[in-house]
Design a protein around this ligand. Structure first.
Ligand code: NAP
Length: 498
């Protein structure tokens, strides 16, 4: 099967502006070939900005998923036997192709996910940066030479690829969440079978197409789009799959963790967050407002590191809220292809329903809306960026991840109180705080029970830094040299008789 470029429904829905139409794929990708799989089932992909169907993508069956695993396992022998430099060269070509095609890839991403085109371009550039980082790190995957415990004996710890990796990714970053799993896995010498999100699989398919063109050996990176209840159990139960790397909700992460226990797989889980954003009384308020806008409203509030609770010292609350509401008022909601738009639609109706439930729960317990609070007049799944004040820690909006454009503001009086509020969650992904007191930077930075902490910034992402959660936000790290180690096993080699 080829591509979907001749389907009439995509014309007029922005995908007609693609320079390289063959990046649009509607098949599953196994062994370096596009196929419709062993059933005729397909799933529609909608543009959340318009509600239009933009593609209909083939679904893998359990037979297809199993075939992809076997192929990845076979091809891995040859790929892992190559030198690190040879693997790095292929990854560098993939990196370059991602950059060369950034406009098309961003167009596909915005069409299937809804985020503003400028954010989509940023996501593609950041995805490429991960591929480059791991192309470089492939050549620095060192083991250890261990001082011997006996004459005539030498001891080593070798890093070897963990084996076939199953990757499952979410819709909120349809390209990035794949790049930061697949690039290190391939750099380490592993084969990969990816299940992309049903809501936004087209970016994954375009990435696979470019990886193929870059010279990845056929079968080393396979994409099995399909029903999660069919593909998921094959990936988690296969003894050939030695590792599962998953990004998504904590609920599904726990399910996959349980399923993987029968074959004792290595797990890397990037799960949900509930990020506190603390503004101390000595903070630079203007800077805190800029950071809060970035940390709260990027991707319409649909990121795992989104500020979910703004915890503001009572003495600066009025000033902060006034400046924050004014900045929120300048955000523009609309179709991501409109160059002025800063907030796209939510992914689907269920996402809007969750936002409405949180607002209803908060206002019925006494919180008040300082800005927004309603579905946007554009209709569909557009929602007004919203600021809630008078929020209490008993409200759902602070206890659950809203995953939408709602900023709840809570008050505090003391540093201890702010820390207690911030840490009172089973999640532990990202946290932010603003202060100019250097002692507090370390006291609070060390006391926050989160894997990633931003001080005086709302934008912490960098491919060279370790990213991941504690508590129920997950296991393992993505990015940095640690992100490569996740895909390797340490083998102890004891050589005697020298
Ligand atoms: P989700 O519902 O957990 O889905 C994530 C992926 O898991 C999708 O590919 C989904 O497939 C698949 N899936 C769902 N049920 C499955 C099953 N029974 N077996 C196998 N796979 C299954 O999460 P989401 O709504 O897409 O993403 C939002 C969540 O991801 C939020 O909680 C967010 O915080 C979290 N997230 C975390 C990070 C991080 O780095 N920690 C980054 C981004 C997002 P379908 O799409 O086909 O259902």
């Amino acid at each position: 099967m080829g591509s979907i470029v001749d389907l009439p429904q995509i014309i007029g829905d922005r995908l007609d502006r693609l320079r390289e139409t063959l990046l649009l794929r509607d098949g599953i990708f196994i062994g370096g070939e596009w196929t419709s799989g062993s059933s005729n089932e397909r799933l529609d992909v909608l543009n959340p900005s318009t509600g239009q169907i933009i593609a209909s993508v083939a679904c893998a069956t359990d037979v297809d998923a199993h075939r992809a695993i076997v192929v990845a396992n076979d091809v891995m022998r040859e790929w892992s036997a190559r030198t690190a430099t040879e693997r790095a060269d292929v990854l560098m070509r993939w990196y370059q192709l991602l950059l060369d095609n950034v406009d098309d890839l961003a167009t596909i991403l915005t069409a299937e996910q809804g985020k503003p085109l400028s954010e989509a371009k940023g996501e593609i550039a950041y995805s490429a940066a991960f591929v480059r980082w791991y192309a470089e790190e492939a050549r620095r995957s060192y083991g250890d030479v261990i001082p011997t415990n006996r004459a005539g004996r030498r001891l080593f710890a070798l890093r070897q690829p963990v084996g076939v990796v199953a990757a499952i990714s979410p819709w909120n970053f349809p390209a990035l969440m794949i790049a930061r799993k697949v690039a290190p896995a391939l750099a380490a010498g592993c084969g990969v079978v990816l299940k992309p999100p049903s809501e936004a699989p087209l970016s994954a398919l375009a990435l696979a197409e470019l990886g193929h063109r870059a010279g990845l050996p056929p079968g080393i990176f396979n994409v099995v789009h399909g029903q999660p209840e069919i593909v998921g159990p094959v990936l988690t139960s296969s003894p050939l799959v030695r590792m599962l790397t998953f990004t998504g909700s904590t609920e599904i992460g726990k399910l996959l963790m349980a399923q993987s226990s029968t074959t004792v797989k290595r797990l890397a889980l990037e799960l949900g967050g509930n990020a506190p954003f603390i503004v101390f009384d000595d903070a630079d308020i203007e800077m805190a407002v800029r950071g809060a806008i970035e940390a709260k409203f990027r991707n319409a509030g649909q990121t795992c590191v989104c500020a979910n609770r703004l915890i503001v010292h009572s003495s600066v609350r009025e000033e902060f809220v006034s400046q924050f509401v004014s900045a929120v008022g300048k955000l523009k909601v609309g179709d991501g292809f409109d160059p002025d738009v800063t907030i796209g639609p939510l992914i689907d109706e269920a996402a809007v329903a969750k936002v409405e439930r949180h607002l209803h729960d908060a206002t019925s317990q006494g919180a008040t809306i300082a800005h927004g609070g309603h579905r946007h007049s554009l209709g569909g799944t557009y929602f007004e960026p919203t600021v809630l004040v008078g929020v209490k820690s008993s409200m759902d909006v602070t206890r659950e991840e809203t995953f939408g454009p709602v900023a709840p503001v809570l008050d505090f009086e003391t540093e201890e109180e702010a820390l207690a509020l911030a840490n009172s969650t089973e999640s532990g992904l990202a946290a932010y705080f603003y202060t100019r007191d250097v002692g507090r930077v370390f006291r609070v930075g060390e006391a926050l029970e989160f894997g990633v902490v931003g001080v005086n910034t709302g934008a912490i992402s960098y491919e060279g830094a370790p990213f991941g959660g504690v508590k129920e936000s997950g296991l393992g790290r993505e990015g940095s040299r640690h992100g490569l180690d996740e895909f390797t096993e340490l083998k102890y080699l004891c050589v005697d008789g020298i």
